[in-house]
Design a protein around this ligand. Structure first.
Ligand SMILES: [Mg+2]
Length: 233
């Protein structure tokens, strides 16, 4: 890829193995909060949580729900759907969210090859930045816990500019911060909409990391492992 000087990477499920770490954090939260005492079917609770979490994140990415509402409501709806029927449902949901976020950063699984790729790109002289809709504090802790922050120059979070991927403003903000032209930037991410479509609109080049078998023909390149990006950059 000629003329590329700057690489933007997504964090969750691109560098940091969010789906794995989240599964572990959710299971610990369920146990620590004593949910097994009233709910015998963890798998059903898990599926409800995933469903409502996904639904709420889609609204959050469109700017239609606040972070604080998303965090508690995903647990409240999962509890409701699991037939939890005490009056303290909102307090329990809020306590579960706090517990889940604390558990989340205790699990440090990275996507295979993440650190090796960052090291490689860093040694090749690329400027490495991350761009994410994830929450401030949480995202920074992930980069630190994974030992990845030493390679990252700028951490661009939607919370800092008030605009989520894939809306154009966050890409403009990212270019202002790093001072790079669109033609010199490549975006690496696992989401066809928030990562690839958004970056294409901004005039960036794109590498789609296909982790779930969903095609994204618009991307300039598609890889199924992080280390195969070495052949492109
Ligand atoms: Mg992602």
């Amino acid at each position: 890829m000629n003329g590329i000087t700057t690489v933007f990477l997504d964090i969750d499920d691109t560098l940091w193995w969010f789906s794995r770490n989240s599964e572990l954090a959710l299971a610990s939260t369920f146990k620590l909060m004593g949910c097994a005492e009233w709910c015998r079917d963890y798998d059903a609770f898990h599926d409800h949580y995933e469903h409502f979490n996904h639904e709420l994140w889609q609204l959050y990415n469109k700017g239609e729900v606040e972070k604080e509402v998303l965090e508690v409501l995903r647990f409240e709806k999962a509890l409701e759907a699991s037939k939890y029927c005490c009056d303290d449902i909102d307090e329990l949901a809020s306590a579960m969210n706090t517990c889940y976020l604390n558990q989340l950063v205790r699990h440090h699984n990275l996507m295979p090859g993440a650190v090796e790729l960052l090291q490689y790109l860093h040694n090749k002289g690329y400027e490495l930045n991350v761009i994410s809709n994830g929450f401030k504090g949480v995202q920074e802790r992930k980069l630190e816990a994974g030992g990845m922050n030493r390679y990252i120059k700028h951490v661009i979070l939607s919370e800092d500019c008030g605009i989520t991927k894939p809306r154009p403003g966050i890409y403009d903000y990212a270019m202002q911060v790093c001072g790079a032209k669109p033609s010199s930037i490549v975006m690496i991410g696992d989401d066809p909409t928030t990562d690839i479509a958004g970056a294409l609109n901004a005039g960036w080049r794109t590498i789609y990391f296909n982790t779930r078998g969903i095609d994204c023909p618009e991307a300039h390149h598609t890889v199924s492992s992080l280390l195969s990006i070495k052949d492109l950059l």
